[in-house]
Design a protein around this ligand. Structure first.
Ligand SMILES: Cc1cc2nc3c(=O)[nH]c(=O)nc-3n(C[C@H](O)[C@H](O)[C@H](O)COP(=O)(O)OP(=O)(O)OC[C@H]3O[C@@H](n4cnc5c(N)ncnc54)[C@H](O)[C@@H]3O)c2cc1C
Length: 462
């Protein structure tokens, strides 16, 4: 179909103001937070209600036009890169919190709402919506649902899939369906809510969700522990869990990350140390007081050189901001940052951190490693120079493949929370058995027979 005709049809559905097609606008939606993936779409369309989404999908399906749903574009696996042109479907006009049901502790929320705004809305009622990716202040609810995002509180509170109870979804052919809802229990038929959660925009357009809320913990205590070896930090993580304490948060930063964060933020992190752990315990004040002591004891038993409790709410905020800034700070070092995302069993965390540290030396690159230590979810970030040099891109890819293979050998997988997108799916195939891949392809075909929804994220090896 001619581009001009596509633009005209989209304007008929959503109105002139909600269609972008200037070169500048298309460029702005040609990439996301993932380096090295820039492709121009034909048009950017912002629907304002579910009927408009349905009409767009019917049209796109009939004319086999690729559709790339997009929230805030902060994903790290090129999940919104419009490789085949077509429509970028911008969901940010779905920006309303529709209902807060305090009897059932459920919020009904449109997908364009930013995650932090959900928390700000429910906080006066003593409630929280726990999933909290590093991008909590920018990521859209729809993006976090479709990536099944985790975050800093994942260890104790779980991840997005644990809080999405129901969805409204527009299928590739324009049909509107509803899954789950306010009921806590629901085993009627397949669990479609879970299938869409983490589907990376390949199975349908999510427009609305029913979210489970939980009471805000009455008290919390945050602390930072300094370690001179990675082994001690890793052992402390395992020992805390073995002591049957589940902190709300248990995050690790290696030396490269500590130095970079301190350089940019000046929060007093110890730059000569091998690793720090940032921890928070929360709950009833009596339990927090008890767990705080126990955690400090385990940290010291594992040779923590120093353990400091956050002295005030400001100090606490400063520590967690420092952690959230690890990636943005590393990204300031060089023009290009590749943020990788592997999981390993918690007990193998130290082994994997040592492998990454050695790789940085062997490959002569800066790799900053940080992550959700309690979940065994490690982000190793390779900072590099000019992103257009084909040679080092190829070389980098080979080296990353080796690191993902090591994580797999240790019992882990690619992607604890950043999805596969277009940039990580190749690594996934080396870790996944053929029958699984066939089944995923069959599911994709059943939902999207013409293959228009985020077509690059295919589960075919070709
Ligand atoms: C500095 C930084 C820190 C981060 N920290 C974390 C972290 O701690 N934990 C974590 O899990 N992630 C993290 N991320 C990754 C990212 O922020 C999350 O994946 C986030 O959920 C993406 O939300 P978004 O609105 O930006 O989605 P987008 O990037 O716009 O989209 C993500 C995917 O969902 C699809 N999609 C979006 N909206 C819809 C919809 N309505 N219907 C269907 N499909 C849709 C897109 O096609 C795409 O495949 C981080 C990223 C950065 C840059």
């Amino acid at each position: 179909m001619e581009k001009e005709q596509l633009i005209a049809e989209m304007k008929k559905i959503v109105g002139e103001d909600n269609v972008l097609h200037s070169k500048e606008a298309l460029y702005a939606y040609s990439y996301d937070a993932t380096p090295g993936h820039l492709y121009m779409p034909d048009v950017v369309v912002s629907p304002g209600n579910v009927q408009e989404v349905s009409a767009i999908m019917k049209f796109a399906n009939e004319h086999k036009i690729p559709v790339y749903p997009r929230g805030s574009g902060t994903n790290l696996s090129a999940g919104t890169a419009p490789l085949k042109g077509g429509i970028v479907l911008l969901m940010l006009r779905f920006n309303k919190i529709l209902d807060l049901d305090l009897e059932n502790l459920i919020a009904e929320v449109e997908v364009g709402v930013v995650v932090q705004d959900i928390n700000d809305y429910v906080a006066p009622h003593g409630l929280i919506y726990p999933p909290d990716p590093g991008t909590v202040k920018t990521a859209s609810l729809g993006g976090t649902i479709c990536e099944n995002s985790g975050g800093l509180r994942g260890l104790k509170y779980g991840i997005t899939k644990n809080y999405v109870q129901g969805l409204e979804v527009v299928l590739a052919n324009g049909d509107i369906i509803h899954t789950g809802g306010k009921n806590v229990k629901d085993v009627s038929g397949y669990d479609m809510t879970k299938l869409f959660t983490g589907s990376e925009g390949t199975l349908g357009i999510v427009t609305k969700a029913y979210l489970k809320l939980v009471p805000k913990p009455e008290a919390s205590a945050s602390m930072v522990a300094v370690f001179n070896t990675l082994e001690d930090a890793g052992n402390a993580v395992s020992d805390i869990i073995a002591a049957k304490i589940i902190p709300a948060t248990m995050e690790i930063l290696d030396n490269a990350s500590i130095r970079t964060v301190e350089d940019f933020m000046h929060v007093g992190l110890p730059v000569d140390t091998a690793a720090i752990l940032l921890l928070e315990v929360d709950g009833h004040p009596v339990i927090v007081a008890d767990e705080k002591e126990k955690v400090m004891e385990v940290l010291k038993r594992n040779n923590a050189a120093e353990v400091t409790l956050a002295k005030s709410a400001e100090h606490k905020e400063q520590l967690w901001t420092a952690r959230r800034m690890a990636l943005p700070c590393l990204a300031k070092l060089r023009p290009t940052t590749f943020v990788e995302d592997a999981t390993v069993p918690r007990s193998k965390l130290t082994d994997f951190l040592k492998i990454v540290t050695k790789a940085a030396k062997d490959y002569n690159v800066t790799i900053g490693t940080f992550g959700h230590a309690g979940d065994g979810n490690v982000h190793f970030c390779v900072v590099r120079g000019n992103r257009d040099e084909q040679t080092w891109t190829t070389e980098l890819h080979q080296n990353l493949e080796k690191l993902y293979a090591k994580a797999h050998e240790l019992g882990g997988l690619i992607s604890g929370e950043h999805g596969l997108g277009t940039s990580k799916r190749v690594f996934f195939f080396t870790q996944t058995a053929e029958p699984n891949i066939k089944l995923m392809n069959a599911i994709k075909k059943a939902f999207d027979p013409t293959g228009i929804l985020n077509p690059e994220i295919s589960y075919s090896r070709s």
